[in-house]
Design a protein around this ligand. Structure first.
Ligand SMILES: *Cc1c(COP(=O)(O)O)cnc(C)c1O
Length: 499
């Protein structure tokens, strides 16, 4: 039986999983999801004990991507997760802090952030989907990035047949490490360009390119089409379900928990993709008690989980955990769809309220369901620095700023509830990726050091290895030097594609 996909907003034609991945966003503006959630039994989970990450991924993905053959899935999975792309043989290893808490490290991919787990496989899912549907076009991935996504997308799409990728980043809007990561990127099918101004200018420019009919026509003439790599694509969400199972099985393997025992996850949240994957795992049958949603000073989600009102009419705060600095969490739309049992009229109305008024309120019964499963707290920058320092000094364990927010939120949750359930902190970035704040937390002379010196000093103090992709960044060849103004983006694209 093939699992069908629908969108959160209307009853347009149902599609297959490969079509959902190719389409990205529904024509009605809604997000694709499967019409029901596949189940997994406790026995099936128990039988994963001796399987590799890739074998587990095969089991989980084949339940969702039902129009892919087993061979196609294996091809996608093995190209995404291997010893060349991930520095840990477990792909997402779990580090035990004590007998009640572990840290699931999702940052061992090529760019040292958790987005690699999805963006290493997305290009293969996309190109396989195209092939299955007889689509022979070349996919042009356009990205506007404020840092992490651009690099992860470049690493994912580099040299993938039938794709080209063009990344624009704001010249003043990314850290030195992030910039060096992008401008030294290898691959024949890529281009990276700095745009004068801030992230909004870059993002608006990319949006205009997407909707420029002259360009889409010219692309059509050379058998090319646009696509995007952002987190509303089902092909980015579904690979994230796997590591919730992976962590559970690692805990079984180490004897930390017994089969069937429920555990909690605390997830540093921005666009709500990661934690939503956890909800899918729970609904499939993974024994999860609570999903704890960690927010930083941009605590829109915490307020939503407290009141049932989602309100984006507020100040945007720049924090030390920038990947969580977000006022609209797009993937929440999928959760509301699931909790309302597919009430599309309701979802359409809520999203319209958000667009027109900047806020919406969910009905009481949905709010009740929400709060039996989810809990949310926030932690600010002072908490963040202090938590990095404490974890390093007390546990000899180094975390990045996003993971520190999650750890602090877990502590607050425990204080408030006395819930002693085993907790997994989902760790989304290497501490070396957010070197400035980590240096401030643990080095006395941090302010005298530039970014590259900070990496070396953190390494000398902690002996925690610098990830391969961040090593010797200052001595790599800079391939991309163009800095353009935002009104030159169209010309740059046409030049690159020779249209
Ligand atoms: C993207 C990102 C997040 C937020 O994840 P969502 O799936 O958007 O909630 C958290 N931490 C880091 C380091 C990220 O790059």
């Amino acid at each position: 039986m093939k699992l069908k996909y629908t969108t959160t907003r209307s009853n347009i034609n149902q599609v297959t999983s490969s079509q959902a991945i190719l389409n990205g966003l529904g024509d009605d503006g809604g997000l694709y999801l499967p019409i029901n959630i596949p189940k997994i039994s406790i026995d099936e989970i128990n039988s994963m004990i001796n399987l590799t990450y890739n074998q587990k991924a095969q089991i989980i993905l084949s339940k969702y991507l039902t129009d892919f053959t087993q061979d196609e899935l294996e091809y996608c999975i093995n190209n995404a997760y291997n010893e060349k792309t991930f520095s840990s043989p477990k792909i997402t290893p779990l580090h035990l802090l004590n007998d009640k808490c572990g840290v699931l490290e999702l940052y061992h991919g090529p760019t040292s952030a958790f987005k690699d787990v999805a963006l290493q496989i997305l290009p293969y899912l996309l190109t396989t989907s195209a092939k299955k549907n007889g689509d022979k076009r070349t996919y042009v991935i356009l990205v506007a990035t404020s840092g992490d996504t651009g690099k992860a997308a470049l690493e994912g799409f580099k040299d993938v047949p039938n794709t080209k990728i063009l990344v624009f980043y704001p010249n003043d809007g990314v850290s030195l490490v992030q910039k060096l990561q992008m401008v030294t990127q290898l691959g024949e099918n890529i281009k990276v360009v700095a745009v004068e101004g801030n992230f909004d200018d870059t993002q608006n420019g990319v949006k205009e390119l997407f909707s420029n009919t002259d360009i889409t026509k010219k692309l059509g003439n050379i058998n090319h089409t646009f696509s995007s790599a952002n987190s509303i694509n089902w092909g980015r969400l579904v690979p994230q379900i796997v590591y919730y199972f992976e962590s559970y099985v690692q805990l079984l393997n180490s004897g930390t928990i017994k089969i069937g025992e429920k555990i909690n996850f605390t997830v540093p949240t921005g666009n709500f993709g990661n934690i939503l994957a956890g909800y899918y795992a729970k609904e499939m049958g993974l024994p999860i008690k609570k999903l704890i949603c960690a927010a930083n000073a941009n605590d829109v989600l915490k307020k939503f989980f407290d009141t049932g009102i989602y309100n984006r009419n507020r100040e945007f705060v720049k924090t030390l955990s920038p990947s969580m600095d977000i006022l609209i969490s797009s993937n929440l739309e999928r959760l509301l769809f699931l909790l309302s049992e597919g009430n599309k009229e309701l979802i359409t109305k809520l999203m319209l309220d958000l667009k027109n008024m900047g806020y919406y309120q969910i009905p009481e019964d949905i709010f009740k369901k929400l709060t039996t499963i989810f809990y949310s707290e926030s932690a600010d920058d002072i908490d963040t620095i202090k938590t990095i320092r404490d974890l390093y000094q007390k546990n000899n364990y180094l975390v990045d700023t996003h993971t520190a927010v999650a750890y602090k939120v877990y502590e607050k949750y425990q204080l408030k509830t006395n819930d002693n359930t085993f907790n997994v902190i989902v760790s989304t970035a290497s501490p070396y990726k957010f070197n400035g704040a980590v240096a401030k937390a643990i080095l006395s002379n941090y302010s005298k050091l530039d970014d590259i010196e900070q990496l070396k000093a953190i390494n000398e103090l902690t002996h925690s290895p610098i990830p391969e992709g961040l090593k010797n960044l200052d001595s790599k060849v800079v391939r991309f030097k163009d800095v353009i103004s935002s009104n030159e983006m169209e010309l740059t694209l046409k030049d690159y594609l020779k249209i």
